[in-house]
Design a protein around this ligand. Sequence first.
Ligand SMILES: [Zn+2]
Length: 422
Amino acid sequence: MRQRPMTIWVLAALGLAGCGGRAPEGATVIYAARLYTAPDAPAVDDAAILIVDGKIAAAGPAKDIEARGADSLGACDGGVVVAGFQNSHVHFIEPKFAGAKEKPAAELAAAMTAMLNRYGFTTVVDTASDLANTVALRARVESGEVAGPRILTAGGALFPKDGIPIYLREMPPELLAGLSQPGTVEEALEDVKANLDGGADATKLFLMTPQGNGRYAFMQPDIAVAAADETHRRDRLVLAHPTDIEGVNLAIEAGVDVLVHTTIGEGKTTWDAPLIAQMLSKNMAVVPTLQLFPYELKRAGLEQRIVDFATGDAVEQLRAYSSAGGAVLFGTDVGYMSEYDPTEEYRLMGRALSPMQILSTLTTAPALRWKDEARRGSVEPGKDADLVVLEADPAGDVANFAKVRCTIRGGRIIYGTTSPIG
Ligand SMILES: [Zn+2]
């Protein structure tokens, strides 16, 4: 049996650990210096969360929780606890995730930990990848063999006819050849159905793609509309990559559910009130991916002044969309972006949103968008025990969202200093 940390004994000695109430058989308890059950709920200090069968059985002031006899999660105690995070824009396309069916579990677990588990992600949305490989990866996570988040995937994306974006052209030729570029509505429907039948949770549309030298390819509106309608008919979500305002307009026309980026361009990217009103009328959610812009623009060799201007424009889009009441979902494009640490994303979001608004983009907003709010998104009895233990309070500094001590999914530690699995 593991050594229980000092806090448990102190709490027990003070009579705080449950007032003598005995925990159910097999229960686990986490003690928190501070608990945020939800972004709009007041913080609870000296709290405890009781976990039974992977679900939250109780959460609140430690003195009210019947935790006597419960197992401890050891070094996870004493931090700031929030609900598990969702990263709504990731990709499982790096070689470390290839061959997911056969790759040793330890290698996949290490890749998963480096990119996602260590930053508190208990749910991720893979917004384009090789569907069969991602489905195999998901199966190994769900079997408990590989420690990792719940994976929602868009599988193979649809691109405009002859419209593979310039930044994907260096992919291996055999992968490029397999990308969907429907030229007709019939071809698009075939690809959408095959993707969803193969296990995808969503359809991803690249509506407008850069072709180099200032040229763009556009998906035909009738193709985008048909692909979106078929996806909605099957009660799945439509995700879209807009690139620019024209792509946003096409997304509005098609009825896209989630825009996976804000937009940057040559001074014509302002999201004005009429555009935002149209996006809201379609109940569109936006994934800002702010950190991606300086990452890409610096790689392209642009001067700092331009990088700052473009990034500031994206921050203003986030501010405008959020203050108009639009749904915002946290996401970083990690996996495509090789910078795994999301600290800069939190800092940039913090220019437009409060810490608790950022928490909602990580928890309640994505759970609602994926119609899974009964199961996750907040720390409430009956929900999955998906939890993040932070080293310090993000209300004081949003960079603390990235300082993760433990990540717990369904009551199991998937990242932490004690009892890791996988
Ligand atoms: Zn992406």
